[in-house]
Design a protein around this ligand. Structure first.
Ligand SMILES: [Zn+2]
Length: 209
């Protein structure tokens, strides 16, 4: 992985600057793939498409801002949003304007961030009786249902939508969708079976694929 001079973004609200990483080259060696479609590639880190301004807290889309490239140094800043950041960003954009493509992007981050927080990188099992978890899970559920709606007419996302139903504990809907998929190859077939097995056991945790 070869870093390049950082990109300098300018906040559209306060004009404050933020440096983010750029890469000259990278690769997917050692990447991990997850059932919610997240890919974690340590040699190919991705800058978040949505950034939070460190000066005023405003959220903006990285590729919609003019930017400069610094002539020196490197930055490891990706601007990855936490689950709470995602909630704030969604509230801000839904109050301003958000087309369906950008909404999908932000809601995918919300999905990943929730799973990061409670499942993927959590040492302990999910805290079922924790009230913060219950609130977050409710938010996660509404977010997943909206994602299912946003991807409804896309035949390529049936497996993904089945996974969303499983993660929000709607196992019947998950299994119905899984049964409608004709596995085209061994890999899809293996993922389908792993998902089905978990849904039948009412296990909603994201898993490595
Ligand atoms: Zn700002």
């Amino acid at each position: 992985m070869l870093p390049d001079n950082p990109r300098v973004l300018t906040c559209p609200k306060c004009k404050g600057q933020k440096e983010v990483m750029t890469l000259m080259s990278g690769n997917t060696f050692g990447a991990t793939f997850w059932s919610d479609t997240k890919r974690e590639a340590p040699m190919l880190p991705e800058v978040s498409a949505v950034q939070k301004c460190p000066h005023c807290g405003y959220y903006y889309f990285t590729n919609k801002q003019s930017y400069k490239t610094s002539k020196k140094g490197y930055s490891s800043e990706l601007g990855t949003l936490s689950f709470d950041d995602c909630k704030e960003a969604l509230a801000q954009f839904l109050n301003e304007s958000l087309d369906s493509k950008d909404e999908r992007t932000l809601r995918m981050y919300t999905l990943f961030a929730f799973n990061d927080k409670y499942y993927r990188h959590a040492k302990d099992a999910k805290p079922n009786d924790d009230s913060k978890f219950k609130d977050d899970f409710l938010y996660f559920k509404v977010n997943a249902l909206r994602l299912i709606e946003l991807y409804e007419n896309d035949d390529k996302t049936v497996l993904f939508r089945a996974e969303l139903y499983r993660e929000i504990e709607m196992y019947k809907e998950c299994l119905k969708l899984i049964d409608s998929i004709k596995a085209e190859n061994e890999r899809i077939s293996a993922i389908k079976n792993a998902m089905k097995e978990r849904a039948e056991m009412e296990d909603n945790a994201v898993f490595r694929i």
